[in-house]
Design a protein. Sequence first.
Length: 220
Amino acid sequence: MNYLAPSILAADFSCLGEQVKCLERAGADYVHIDVMDGAFVPSISFGMPVIRTIRPCTGLAFDVHLMIEEPARYLKKFAECGADMVSVHAESCRHLDRTIDEVKQLGLRASVALNPATSLHVLEYVLPKLDMVLLMTVNPGFGGQKFIPGMKEKIRSLRQMAESRGLAVDIEVDGGITLENVESILEAGANVVVAGSSVFKGDIEGNVKSFLGKMGHACD
Ligand code: DX5
Ligand code: ZN
């Protein structure tokens, strides 16, 4: 099953609640929420107060992508403000295995995110614990960048690695996904698609529906 997770980093923050409702109406699956701390990545985005504010606006699952140093310090707070699934970066966790356990103990779906240059090897001993792996297909920190072509091979290798171990883990791709490249990215083995600028530029509902169409996703 394929899932669409529009990234609200590209939304109009002056009417964020409305835009999140619009995603739900159009049939999106998750709301992808990019939290940036200005240390792990150069930008600062938003944190718990914003997530808490939009939580009542939708029943969609909140897919929280933590681009912050030592995310273990804040997991409980993200659970309390409405996260359903949390991605922690392997590069930002000193004790990745323990951090994954903590995410699961909070009742959240656990995911590990990898920067483009990070090898899949870091997943070797934790993959069976994960619900999802988030492969960054741009360097994290900004929306609107171009998909790094070499990442298709990485998606393929991860799907192979999971299948050879009999694991049905979700593979989420994040960065530079467009209506033009989404089909080939799914074909490589991804099944959760993050899209920021290509959803929020122009007609949001129309864009979500176009993505869902290309993803073989049943629309209402
Ligand atoms: C980048 C973020 C992405 C970003 C994607 O650091 O993790 O989720 O919002 O934006 P687009 O789809 O515009 O590349
Ligand atoms: Zn993201």
